[in-house]
Design a protein around this ligand. Structure first.
Ligand code: SAH
Length: 355
C-alpha cells in the first residue's frame, strides 16, 4: 500500500476530492504523509527555509519578539510559541539571541505546535535543555500572554482552488483518468466565501481559500488581544492573493503536484488579508505587510552579518555573504516573503514592521 493506492481507493469510493483534501493527505497522512514520515529540510532534503539558510534569521526574529515583550512590560509567565518549527533551528537561534534579555528566559514557557512525529524528534534534539511542550493545535495554547513566531507554516495548510465562471465558481478537484490522478472541475455554483472576490476577478481567474488559516489565526489573536503578546508571521504570499499558486518541490526542483504524492512538498501562497481579517475579528491589531528583506534590514541584519564576518575568510565568508543576500535581496527571498505582525490594539509598534 502506498499513498497513491490510498488516494486512488478514496477517489473510487467517494468521488473526486478537493485540492485541500489531497494536500492534507499528501502532507499529513499518519502513515504516508510527507511531513509525518521525514525531515524534508536542508541541502539533502527538498527545500530550504530562512532559518536553515542563516542563524541571523532566528536571532533577529527572537530579538524583535523580546523587544515587543519588553515594550509590553515584560509579562511573566508568558508563552513563547512557534508554529511548525521544522528542525527547531529558528527556536534554537531565537533562544541563544535572547539569553541576555533580562527575565525573558525565566518567564517563558516554550510551546511548539507540530504535527510531524519525525520533526518533533528533530526539535527535541535542537532544543535540548529547554524542555519545550509540544501541542497538536493552537487551541491547546495556554491562556496567558503569547509571543509567537511562524515561518513557512501557513503555506503548508491545505487550500481549495476555485475558478471564476460567471457569478459562480467551479472547484478544482482531483479525480482519476485512466487510473492516474488528474485535475477536473466541479459544476459552477455560488460560493458565499468568495463574494468579496466577485469585484476584483474575471472569468477564468483562479482564487484559493485556506479554510484552516482563519481559525488558527483567530485562536492566536484572541489570546494576544486578551492577555497581551505578539505574533510574527512570515511566509510567501500577498495581500488578497490571485492565481494558482499550488506548488510541489522535490529535491529543490519544481515537480508535478500529482506525480509523486507524499514525496514532494506541497505549498500555496498565503493570503495575508484572510489572516489579518481573522485577527481583527478576534480583537487584535495587525500591521501592514512588510517585505522580509526590509524587515531584516531594519532589525540590523547587515550589522549582524558584519560581526559574524569578522573572523571569517574564503568559502565561509562567501557563504555568509550569500546567505545575507538570499534572505534580503528583492530578487531572492527579500520581496517574495512578507511579514505580518499581530499585537494588542494599543500596544507599542512591533520592531521592523510597517505599522
Ligand atoms: N518553520 C520551519 C519549517 C517549515 S516547514 C522552517 O522555517 O524551517 C512546515 C512546518 O509546519 C513543518 O514543521 C511541518 O511539520 C509543520 N506543519 C505543517 N502542517 C501542520 C499542521 N497542520 N499542524 C502542525 N504543524 C504542521
Amino acid at each position: 500500500m502506498s499513498l497513491s493506492d490510498h488516494l486512488t481507493a478514496r477517489i473510487r469510493a467517494d468521488g473526486p476530492m478537493s485540492v485541500a483534501d489531497y494536500m492534507a493527505d499528501c502532507l499529513l497522512h499518519p502513515q504516508f504523509g510527507y511531513y509525518t514520515t521525514r525531515d524534508p529540510l536542508g541541502a539533502k532534503g527538498d527545500f530550504t527555509t530562512a532559518p536553515e539558510i542563516s542563524q541571523m534569521f532566528g536571532e533577529l526574529l527572537g530579538l524583535a519578539l523580546a523587544q515587543a515583550w519588553l515594550d509590553q512590560g515584560s509579562p511573566a509567565p508568558f508563552t513563547l510559541a512557534e508554529l511548525g518549527p521544522g528542525r527547531g533551528t529558528l527556536m534554537a537561534d531565537l533562544l541563544r539571541a535572547t539569553r541576555g534579555v533580562p527575565g525573558f528566559h525565566a518567564a517563558m514557557r516554550i510551546h511548539l505546535v507540530e504535527a510531524s512525529p519525525a520533526l518533533r524528534t528533530a526539535q527535541a534534539k535542537a532544543l535540548d535543555g529547554y524542555a519545550p511542550q509540544w501541542l497538536d493545535t493552537v487551541d491547546a495554547l495556554p491562556d496567558q500572554p503569547l509571543f509567537l513566531v511562524a515561518n513557512e507554516f501557513f503555506d503548508a495548510l491545505p487550500i481549495r482552488q476555485f475558478i471564476r465562471a460567471g457569478d459562480g465558481w467551479s472547484e478544482k478537484r482531483i479525480g482519476l483518468q485512466d487510473g492516474a490522478l488528474s485535475f477536473g472541475l466541479s459544476p459552477a455554483a455560488p460560493q458565499s466565501a468568495l463574494d468579496h472576490r466577485l469585484a476584483d476577478t474575471r472569468d477564468g481567474d483562479v482564487v484559493e481559500i485556506c479554510e484552516a488559516a482563519a481559525p488558527v489565526t483567530q485562536s492566536i489573536a484572541a489570546r494576544i488581544a486578551a492577555h497581551g503578546g505578539a505574533a510574527l508571521i512570515v511566509d510567501y504570499g500577498d495581500w488578497r492573493a490571485l492565481g494558482d499558486t499550488l506548488q510541489a518541490l522535490r529535491a529543490h526542483e519544481p515537480a508535478d503536484p500529482l506525480q509523486t504524492p507524499g514525496e514532494a512538498d506541497l505549498t500555496a501562497h498565503v493570503d495575508f488579508e484572510a489572516l489579518a481579517m481573522a485577527a481583527k475579528t478576534a480583537g487584535c491589531a495587525f500591521t501592514r505587510l512588510t517585505p522580509q528583506g526590509v524587515f531584516l534590514e531594519r532589525l540590523g541584519i547587515t550589522d549582524r552579518a558584519r560581526a559574524l564576518a569578522a573572523p571569517l575568510q574564503d568559502a565561509a565568508l562567501d557563504s555568509l555573504i550569500a546567505a545575507h543576500r538570499r534572505l534580503t535581496h528583492p530578487e531572492e527571498m527579500g520581496n517574495l516573503f512578507k511579514v505580518l505582525g499581530l499585537c494588542p490594539p494599543r500596544a507599542a509598534p512591533l520592531p521592523g514592521l510597517n505599522p
